[in-house]
Structure formats: C-alpha cells, structure tokens
Design a protein around this ligand. Structure first.
Ligand code: HEM
Length: 202
C-alpha cells in the first residue's frame, strides 16, 4: 500500500537548495571586481556544502547514502529501456539517469572548489583559470540536463519531485521511507553557512 513517506532528510534538502543558490549566486557575481568578495564567499560555502555531502553520503539516511544511487550499468540500461517502452521504472530515491547528473555535479563542484582556492594564491597558472571557467560552463550544461531530467521524471511518474525536494515527502511503500529527518543538522548547516559568510566578510 502506498502512502506519504519521508524520503529526503532535512540536511539533504538544505544541502540541495543552499548548493543551488550558492552556485547561481557565485555565477552571477563572477565577472565584476565589485562583487568578487561575494563570489569567493559563495564559492567557499559551495565547497563546504559539498564536503558535508561527501560525509553525509556515507553516514546519512537511506536515500541520501551514495550506496543507494550507485547503479550497475545493467540497471542504467534497463531503466533507459523502460523509458523507451513508455513504462518508466520507478525509484523512490534518485533514479539511475538522474544519479549520473548528480555525480557529475558533485564532481565538478569539487573541481570548482579546488581550482577556486588555487586562484586565491599568488602566481597561479593560466591553466587553472581556464579549468575553473570550463568547469563552470560544464556545470551549467549539466544543471540544464538535471532540470530537464527532473521535469521529465516528474511528468512520467506524475509526482512533483521539486516539491519532494522541499518537503522531503513522496508517495511510496511504508518500508521505503526513512524515520528520522535530522532537522537539527539541517539547521546547523544553515547556521554554519551564515556564520562563515559573516566572519569571512568582517
Ligand atoms: C531551481 C533549480 C533546481 C531545481 C528545481 C532542482 C531540483 C532537484 C530535485 C527535484 C532533485 C531530486 C531529484 C530526484 O528526485 O532524484 C535534485 C537533486 C539534486 N540537485 Fe537539483 N535542482 C535545481 C538546481 C540545482 C543546482 C543549481 C545544482 C548544482 C549546483 C543541483 C544539484 C543537485 C544535486 C547534487 C542533487 C542530489 C541531491 C542529493 O542527493 O544530495 N540542483 N534537484
């Protein structure tokens, strides 16, 4: 029997939306000397959020764990076939195609953070600037794919994935739900980001 079940814990949701906002904010403030401090602050916040996500992917709740969205290539192929047969397989957590975008976004986010930190050093090689710029453009392409995938998946399964990433709830079998939201950890993430932004710009 399907009912409303908690799928995304609070830290995963807070991570997601802060990550999206900090990336978009950093992107919009990248080109002007006047907004450089904001760009660097948001870049550090993004890097810190990804560092948190790497840990939460190991110790977090069921659907936040990396092990729940590392798929065997055969599973990816079966999923793609199901899409073509107009009989899309349903996954309570991330689906096999969506997870590819997620791995790319996390990986490129790490690359952006590392090259960003290097750019703060004196005498940095031009290649670092180039890699930082390529990664930014790569992120934009993958984000476009991510948004398309979210829209398609929401349409195919008649479930609003954006709302689920806000509320944490989806419809599913009770045994697939999680029992703890870890709201305190989500709140701690928001506070940590705000305190960092304040101290870094003091
Ligand atoms: C308004 C823009 C965005 C919307 C509406 C959105 C929506 C979503 C949704 C619905 C999911 C869950 C997908 C699923 O059910 O499998 C998700 C996951 C994810 N999104 Fe986005 N997204 C947005 C922007 C971004 C941006 C800008 C980034 C990267 C900078 C991003 C990175 C991710 C990542 C890494 C996950 C996996 C979450 C996790 O397990 O930690 N998203 N997004």
């Amino acid at each position: 029997m399907t009912k409303k079940i908690l799928v995304w814990d609070v830290p995963t949701r807070v991570f997601h939306w802060l990550q999206a906002l900090s990336f978009l904010g950093a992107y919009l403030t990248a080109d002007s000397e006047k907004t450089r401090e904001i760009h660097v602050t948001l870049g550090f916040i993004l890097f810190g959020l990804i560092a948190f996500r790497l840990v939460w992917g190991v110790v977090g709740s069921k659907h936040a764990r990396f092990s729940s969205f590392i798929f065997h290539p055969a599973t990816v192929i079966t999923y793609v076939r199901s899409l073509f047969k107009n009989d899309a397989q349903h996954f309570v957590g991330h689906n096999p195609i969506g997870s590819i975008a997620i791995w790319l976004l996390l990986g490129m986010g790490i690359g952006l953070g590392v090259t960003g930190v290097l750019l703060l050093q004196d005498d940095v090689a031009d290649s670092v600037v180039t890699i930082h710029a390529y990664l930014t453009n790569g992120m934009l392409v993958v984000i476009a794919g991510h948004l398309f995938g979210v829209a398609m998946s929401s349409f195919l399964h008649k479930e609003n994935l954006v709302r689920a990433m806000i509320t944490g709830y989806k419809k599913g079998a009770e045994q697939h739900g999680i029992t703890h939201g870890y709201a305190w950890l989500g709140a701690a993430l928001v506070i940590a980001a705000a305190v960092f932004a304040y101290l870094y710009n003091r």
